[in-house]
Design a binder for this molecule. Structure first.
Ligand code: GUN
Ligand code: ZN
Length: 439
């Protein structure tokens, strides 16, 4: 039994509907046994009730629930930084050539290791991961993920047109490979499976029906894809599906818009699409760094909220600009500021919720992770800036917990992530300071 002592912050309630949802213990205690939170509260109180628990002193930093990234591509870690293009050109020139290299399982394994290590070292403890087109690359990914201990929800990406021939499959093969992967990996350890057509532009009705067959056969697997990201993409989908009412309808007609569905981007939705997403309790994964880097547009968060659509946050590596959910939160904030009167003011509590609990809700994992309530898994990130860094200086002058959180989102980076746990297991620990050579 361990008693973690730190400044604690979390959002067990939704700050978009419950003002004051940020819960703070400036000198907090979290009692953890077998990876689960048994008690939480002021340190002195938890200590008095459990005098024999082994103390872990984390004073001097902030303990947050582990970040939950609800849209991130495993095969794209090495092609981050492809600036200067919009979506379809970026796919053709920057991204799909690299995705084809994952046909080699050894290459895929190396990429999977780099990807998982980047998640952990940025404080992400759960991720909805867009996988590779190759089933063999997914086996490599899932077995590497099992070794790290991270929670991953992931699946083979399927497409049967308009990418490049070596990335295409058929509906029959997509179904057969998906079924085999689900049977091998879904529910094994901390792994769940997500049925993943790349986007309607690259998916015929036949392959969407194959995805629907998997969703019906395995009622607990998740679903993810892209939607309404870029105007040229939206127009092409309209031409490819002349009978569909809009982009969402291409998924809806196949029965793929449900409580288990997470659709990335949705920068250009119609009111009908928002209404249907809300009615089916499907999530929009907002990826502001990607939307900015690819020039996709300004995400209408207010319209999503007003329609009642659940929204979570994703980095969209490698269309995005890195793995930091702190940076993603800051960019979400910027984007809403740039929308002026149409924007939704994102205070620090909302940013924390989007980066943690909202993701757990999107994945149906809110009883397990996303905040520090008693009974949840101990999934946590300990942020402690290196001494003398700008964030360290600024935090010393922060005059309220809300301001501390705002400072973390404004200035926090990978270098501030000191330790990370999933289910009580340490999955990352920053190397000791003092190794730097000064010049
Ligand atoms: N739409 C289809 N594939 C992709 C991808 O890899 N990244 C992004 N951002 N959008 C997509
Ligand atoms: Zn994406």
């Amino acid at each position: 039994m361990k008693l973690y002592r730190a400044a604690l912050m979390h959002t067990p309630d939704n700050p978009f509907s419950a003002p004051g949802a940020l819960q703070v213990q400036e000198d907090g205690g979290l009692l953890v046994e077998d990876g689960q939170i048994l008690a939480s509260g002021p340190y002195a109180q938890v200590r008095a009730a459990h005098p024999r628990a082994e103390a872990v002193d984390l004073r001097g930093g902030v303990l947050l629930p582990g970040f939950i990234d609800t849209h991130v591509h495993y095969p794209q870690v090495r092609v981050l930084g492809g600036l200067g293009m919009q979506l379809l050109e970026w796919l053709d020139r920057n991204t799909l050539p690299e995705e084809a290299r994952l046909s080699d399982p050894g290459y895929a394994r190396a990429v999977a290791r780099e990807f998982l290590s980047a998640l952990a070292s940025n404080g992400t403890t759960t991720a909805l991961v867009f996988g590779s087109h190759y089933a063999s690359a997914m086996d490599e990914f899932f077995s590497e993920a099992a070794q790290t201990g991270l929670r991953v929800v992931a699946g083979q990406v399927v497409s049967d047109r308009m990418l490049r021939p070596e990335l295409h499959t058929t509906p029959e093969r997509a179904y057969a490979e998906g079924k085999a992967l689900i049977e091998r990996w879904h529910g094994v350890g901390r792994t769940l499976y997500a049925v993943t057509p790349r986007f309607s532009l690259s998916a015929s009705e036949g392959i969407l029906d194959a995805c629907a067959a998997l969703m019906q056969e395995f009622p607990d697997v998740r679903f993810t894809s892209h939607i309404n990201e870029n105007p040229r993409e939206v127009q092409t989908v309209r031409e490819l599906f002349p009978g569909a009412r809009d982009y969402l309808d291409t998924y809806e007609r196949a029965g793929l818009v449900t409580r288990r569905s997470v659709l990335a981007h949705n920068v250009h939705p119609t009111d009908r699409e928002l209404g249907v997403m809300a009615a089916h309790r499907c999530t929009a994964a907002h990826c502001p760094c990607s939307n900015s880097a690819l020039g996709s547009g300004l995400f209408p968060l207010r319209r999503h909220l007003q329609a009642g659509v659940h929204v979570s946050l994703g980095t969209d590596v490698g269309g995005g600009t890195g793995f930091s959910m702190l940076k993603e939160g800051l960019q979400a904030y910027f984007m809403q500021q740039l929308l002026g009167a149409a924007g939704e003011a994102l205070d620090p509590a909302k940013l924390l919720y989007l980066a943690t609990r909202a993701g757990a809700e999107a994945l149906g994992l809110e009883d397990l992770t996303g905040d520090f309530s008693v009974g949840k898994a101990f999934d946590a990130v300990y942020l402690r800036p290196p001494e003398g860094s700008t964030l360290d200086t600024v935090l010393r002058h922060a005059d309220s917990p809300g301001r501390v959180l705002a400072d973390l989102f404004t200035l926090g980076t990978q270098q501030d992530v000191a330790q990370v746990w999933v289910g009580g297991d340490a999955v990352y620990r920053r190397a000791a300071a003092g190794q730097e050579v000064s010049v």
